[in-house]
Design a protein around this ligand. Structure first.
Ligand code: SF4
Length: 322
């Protein structure tokens, strides 16, 4: 049975008004994040994946705006909340961990103090108790000798340790939904694996993971939303989509993975590059790079449902699989 969604995004459109015209960074995106599951949102830079997560967090600033759609968190429309209610939700129920841990840490405060402040912002407990909890959290995210580390400043820690601290801060108030935006991009492969294990070990937490790396999604997620040009190309269970991708863009992402190679086969990066947001093709946004593009791709394909819980926006669904 499918778990109830903790987050439902319905017809989300996030636009940016620029001197060159309106950029539709997210253009009619709908998906659910079921409770207790890990949903990956994958795509190249400019796909709209990070703008989707910032929209959920209520962090879109002018010239950006939510032009349409609903974001329901436990059934409540986030757009209807006051800024104060939203802020309280952000610290407590919804947490976002960014790619660059230094951006989230204050360089002039000791690590322990920063974790403590996050706890105290939402709990009326004595500082000594918050300090003890902060050390516990640092231990939980695998920081060795957490009592000593708590007394250090961010610049004394490695990139991997700093990312662990930001995850400890995000976990401080046991959020219902943890959004990780490219949490491992700046880290080397071994540290990436450790951070991924750590996130996987956060049992019971619902996670939305934003990444350009479909290999990370294959390792960690239950479901995946594949985005391109601000739209969803494919969405469904990771096991099914990685075994048999139905959208040429998903197939291209998988083929570009080192482990996706057949013996002796060369790595196949997707040819071409993401079009400028000011010059998105009118039909299927992937058409200029798609090896299977045809005349009808000049029109936007409808969303097909080849299997329960699996959606694909591609004309091939009708012409080949239909
Ligand atoms: Fe390729 Fe056409 Fe499918 Fe777009 S709709 S992915 S261009 S075949």
């Amino acid at each position: 049975m499918t778990a109830a969604p903790i987050l439902s995004v319905r017809g989300l459109a996030t636009h940016f008004d620029t001197p060159k015209g309106t950029v539709r960074a997210v253009d009619g995106v709908s998906f659910d994040v079921p409770e207790g599951r890990t949903l990956g949102i994958v795509g190249e830079s400019g796909s709209g994946k990070s703008v989707t997560s910032l929209s959920v967090m209520g962090l879109i600033d002018p010239p950006g705006r939510i032009a349409a759609g609903e974001i329901l968190f436990r059934g409540r429309d986030l757009a209807q909340l006051s800024e104060r209610e939203r802020q309280s939700l952000r610290g407590q129920s919804l947490c976002l961990v960014f790619q660059d841990p230094m951006a989230a840490l204050n360089p002039v405060y000791r690590i322990g103090r920063q974790v403590e402040e996050t706890i105290l912002a939402h709990h009326a407990i004595p500082r000594r108790e918050a300090a003890a909890r902060a050390v516990e959290l640092l231990r939980m995210v695998g920081i060795p000798d957490p009592e000593a580390r708590a007394r250090e400043f961010p610049h004394n820690l490695s990139g991997g340790m700093r990312q662990r601290v930001t995850i400890a801060m995000a976990m401080a108030n046991k959020p219902d939904l943890l959004i990780l935006d490219e949490p491992t991009t700046a880290l080397d492969v071994t540290i990436q694996a450790q951070i991924l294990d750590l996130v996987r070990g956060l049992t019971g937490t619902t996670v939305m993971l934003i990444t350009h790396d479909i290999g990370v999604v294959r390792e960690m997620c239950d479901e995946v939303v594949v985005m391109y040009g601000g739209r969803i190309m494919e969405h469904g269970p990771v096991a099914e989509i990685t075994r048999r991708p139905r959208h040429p863009y998903t197939a291209g992402l998988l083929a570009s993975l080192p482990s996706g190679r057949m013996r002796g086969q060369r790595l196949q990066p997707i040819a071409g590059s993401v079009p400028s947001p000011h010059a998105m093709p009118p039909g299927c946004p992937f058409a200029p790079r798609c090896p299977q593009a045809m005349a009808r791709c000049a029109e936007a394909p409808p969303m097909a449902a080849p299997a329960p819980g699996h959606r694909v926006a591609c004309w091939l669904e009708e012409t080949v699989h239909g």
